[in-house]
Write a protein that binds this ligand. Structure first.
Ligand code: ADP
Ligand code: MG
Length: 476
């Protein structure tokens, strides 16, 4: 088969987290279970009603814009995108066409075209069953919810790159607190435009794939579609420019409709919404927006590696999980000896993370200062690593200070020099045969003697110290 060059461009929608909807005072509550309760004449599209722009939603999009280094518009407006479908009560969707809030920018090495603001549609449900006639129901709670749309340039070349871009966007939206961006719940929706071409630098006809409800589906759908398009061309055909759906079960894309052109929508500026000059609104100035940004994921990624010399995969865990990151940073700040930071991080990424997964206790009762102390006790050999794990579990589920728990559970290791010497002397005199084997050069005999000492002290001896003392005594 000839070689084909894939091109992918993404269009990603995200429901924004705001108190009210985009153009009215109805509640924006994605968790509402009852249908058609968060509605009003405005979002139901009743004649004579007037939309008012939700400032919070605009600000959310502008924050995304400054984060990705896009150009914030000075002049912006909303347009009507006209089409008929039962889930848009007005017969048009308010969106942005020529003057989006943000142009350009870059995220995860992918160049962005634009980021704009629009309103979400209602949700339709298709009901059928054995004793019910087939019918459809519509829930308007979602109609008019603020929706951000981000469009990338056609510069992505692999399914893996598309997925890591979408993941990075999700992380950004969550870090900014502007969207929950949950793909499974439809809070973030990825549409993939896909084409292949036999000649590098030219584009083939593109297909837009919709209803991708997980990162996994994004990856699978792109892989499937690239292969399908390649074989269409191989067989002498031409890829039809169209919109296709994704069948999760079959693992296939299927034709939905021939792609409409933007002129079909008869976009025009919404005459009911005043145009705005963002530069006239002080709280939307780039300086102001920038000063309000939290630490962005890519900056945090770099800083954690720089500051703590973490492995990239550990740093990534903290970038993805702000709770663990905050915990780790508090612990690190509390450690008297900073060379124990690595040990602390190891206990967090392995033991603490497993406790989070296994334990039914939620939230955990473990305090960072107690964890810090446990790390110090472990690093100095006061407790064994086995003992530390037991103490950690108790602290996680019940709280408490590690010293008290170690005392109660008899987990302190004996490090007292004269006590350990007396134990060693006792074991040596009782095991003369093994001792002479050791002195003849059988190294493993020492392990046996350490084992006997541990037995003698019912496991409480510090094994590192024990070994040190035994080898010293046997040499002399
Ligand atoms: P349309 O007019 O069909 O909406 P746009 O030019 O607005 O197309 O692009 C929509 C999306 O499709 C963008 O994400 C863009 O990067 C992507 N895209 C454009 N052309 C191609 C192509 N040939 N192959 C893959 N993706 C493409
Ligand atoms: Mg377009």
């Amino acid at each position: 088969m000839a070689k084909y060059y894939p091109t992918i461009g993404l269009e990603i929608h995200a429901e924004l987290k705001t108190a009210t909807k985009m153009f009215c005072n109805s509640k924006n509550d994605p968790h509402e279970k009852r249908s058609n309760v968060n509605i009003c004449p405005v979002c139901m599209g009743h004649p004579g009603t007037l939309p008012t722009v939700n400032k919070e939603a605009v600000k959310h999009v502008l924050k995304v814009g400054v984060s990705v280094g896009g150009v914030i518009a000075d002049y912006s407006e909303f347009d009507r995108k006209n089409y008929f479908y039962p889930d848009i009560p007005k017969g048009y969707q308010i969106s942005q066409y020529q003057f989006p809030l943000v142009k350009g920018g870059e995220l995860a090495s992918v160049v962005l075209t634009r980021v704009h603001l629009e309103e979400d549609t209602a949700k339709s449900f298709h009901v059928s069953g054995e004793e019910i006639e087939e019918h459809s129901l519509i829930d308007f709670n979602r109609a008019g919810v603020p929706l951000m749309e981000l469009v990338t340039e056609p510069v992505i070349t692999t399914s893996a790159q598309a997925v890591s871009f979408a993941r990075e966007l999700q992380l950004l939206l969550r870090t900014l607190g502007v969207s929950d961006a949950d793909m499974e719940k439809g809070g973030m929706r990825v549409e993939a435009n896909i084409s292949v071409s036999p000649i590098l630098g030219t584009f083939g006809n593109k297909v837009e794939v919709k209803n991708l409800n997980s990162f996994r589906s994004v990856e699978r759908a792109i892989e499937y579609e690239l292969k399908r398009q390649e074989s269409v061309i191989e067989e002498g055909g031409e890829v039809v420019q169209e919109t296709r759906g994704w069948d999760e079960e079959k693992g296939e894309t299927f034709s939905q409709r021939k792609k409409e052109n933007s002129h079909d929508y008869r976009y025009f500026p919404d005459p009911d919404i005043p145009k705005f000059l963002l530069s006239e609104i002080p709280e939307f100035s780039v300086e102001r927006l920038q000063s309000e940004l939290p630490e962005l994921p890519w900056k945090k990624r770099e800083r954690l590696i720089q500051q703590y010399a973490l492995k990239p995969e550990d740093s990534e865990l903290y970038v993805q999980d702000s709770f663990l990151a905050e915990f780790f940073e508090k612990v690190s700040a509390g450690l008297k000896d900073k060379k124990f930071i690595k040990l602390a991080s190891n206990y967090i990424v392995s033991d603490l993370v497993s406790l989070q997964k296994e334990s039914v206790v939620n939230p955990m009762r473990l305090l960072p200062e107690n964890f810090t102390e446990l790390i110090e006790m472990t690093a100095t050999g006061e407790v064994s690593s086995r003992g530390a794990k037991d103490i950690l579990k108790v602290m996680y589920e019940e709280g408490g200070a590690p010293r008290i728990i170690a005392e109660e559970k008899k987990l302190f290791q004996q490090s007292d020099e004269s006590f350990l010497i007396s134990v060693a002397e006792k074991v040596i005199s009782a095991n003369q045969k093994v001792v002479s084997e050791y002195q003849k050069g059988k190294g493993t005999a020492l392990q046996y003697l350490i084992g006997q000492c541990m037995k003698e002290t019912r496991g409480s001896a510090n094994p590192a110290k024990m070994q040190e003392i035994l080898s010293k005594l046997l040499k002399s």
